[in-house]
Ligand binder design. Structure first.
Ligand code: UDP
Length: 264
C-alpha cells in the first residue's frame, strides 16, 4: 500500500516521492496478491492539474489512483512556491523505463496500448507497415531483450470497440498495461475498465511510445535539465501552443492560491 505523503497542488493530490520511492510503491502494487481491480498510476503535469479543476471525473480518478508521480516541472516549482516542496520531478517516460527494467528482471509481461495505427517503416529498402506501439516494442526489445511483450494495440478505436480491446489485453495474459492515448483519455480508459482488466497495474504515458518508436524526438538534455521540455515540444509541434497556455495559467493560479490560502 502507498504510504507516502500526498501534497495538494491546486486541490489535486501528488505523491511526495522521488524516483526510487515511486519504484518501491510500484513493486508493492505488482506484488499485491488478491486485488480485485487494476491499480492506476498517474503522471500529472501542470496541464492535467488545470484540467482536473474543470473535470470532476479526472480529479476523482487522480484522487483514487494508487500512485501519483510528479511528472511536470511546473508542479515541482508550484510545490516550492506553496512551501511544500516535492522531492524531485519523476518523468513518466523515465519511470516507464524503470518499470520495463523491473518487468524484464522479474519475468512479468507488458502490453502496449495506444498511439497511431500503421505508419510507414522502411526496413532494408523494403516498405514495412507497423504501428507506433509495435515499433516502440521493437526498439524496447533492443535494449531489454528478455522483456515479455504480451501484445500491442493502436489507440484509435471507437467506444464500441473498447470491450474488444479489453478482451485482447486480458487474453494476452499481460501483467502490466502501458496506455498511450493522451490525457485524460488514457486515465479514463483504465479507470472505466479497472474491474474488468486482469492486469495488476496500468500507467498512462502520453507520447512515450512515439518517443521510443522515434516518431517524436525527446527534448535534448539541455532542455530536460532546465525544465524547458515544453519549449522543445512547442518547437516540434507549434499547433500545441493553445494547450501550452495551461502552464502560465497554472503558475498564476498557484501564486493566487498562495495569497488566498488555497481558496482560488
Ligand atoms: N492517441 C491515441 N488515441 C487517441 C488520441 C491520441 O492513441 O484517440 C495517442 C497519440 O497518437 C499519441 C499519444 O496518444 O501517441 C499522446 O498524445 P498527446 O501527445 O496528445 O498526449 P499528451 O502526452 O500530451 O497528453
Amino acid at each position: 500500500m502507498n504510504k507516502s505523503k500526498r501534497v495538494k497542488i491546486l486541490s489535486v493530490p501528488v505523491d511526495m516521492v522521488n524516483a526510487d520511492e515511486a519504484m518501491e510503491i510500484f513493486k508493492e502494487l505488482m506484488e499485491e496478491q488478491e486485488c480485485s481491480e487494476s491499480s492506476l498510476i498517474v503522471t500529472p503535469n501542470s496541464e492535467i492539474i488545470v484540467n482536473a479543476a474543470k473535470d470532476k471525473e479526472l480529479k476523482e480518478l487522480i484522487e483514487s489512483a494508487q500512485l501519483i508521480i510528479p511528472d511536470g516541472i511546473g508542479i515541482v516549482y508550484a510545490s516550492k512556491i506553496m512551501g511544500i516542496p516535492l522531492k524531485e520531478r519523476v518523468t513518466g517516460i523515465d519511470f516507464l523505463e524503470q518499470i520495463i527494467a523491473y518487468l524484464e528482471k522479474t519475468g512479468q509481461s507488458i502490453y502496449f496500448l495506444g498511439s497511431k495505427p500503421a505508419i510507414e517503416a522502411k526496413e532494408e529498402g523494403q516498405e514495412a507497415r507497423a504501428s507506433v506501439a509495435e515499433m516502440a516494442a521493437l526498439e524496447i526489445l533492443k535494449k531489454y531483450p528478455d522483456l515479455k511483450i504480451a501484445g500491442t494495440h493502436h489507440g484509435y478505436f471507437k467506444e464500441s470497440e473498447e470491450s474488444d480491446v479489453v478482451e485482447k489485453i486480458n487474453n494476452s495474459g499481460a501483467d502490466f498495461l502501458c496506455v498511450a492515448l493522451g490525457s485524460p483519455k488514457q486515465e479514463k480508459f483504465v479507470n472505466k475498465y479497472k474491474d474488468r482488466l486482469n492486469v495488476k497495474a496500468a500507467i498512462g504515458v502520453g507520447g512515450s511510445l512515439d518517443v521510443w518508436a522515434g516518431t517524436l524526438k525527446r527534448a535534448p538534455e539541455f532542455y530536460q535539465k532546465n525544465g524547458l521540455e515544453w519549449l522543445y515540444r512547442l518547437i516540434q509541434e507549434p499547433s500545441r501552443y493553445k494547450r501550452m497556455m495551461a502552464l502560465p495559467l497554472f503558475m498564476i493560479k498557484v501564486i493566487l492560491s498562495k495569497f488566498t490560502g488555497g481558496k482560488k
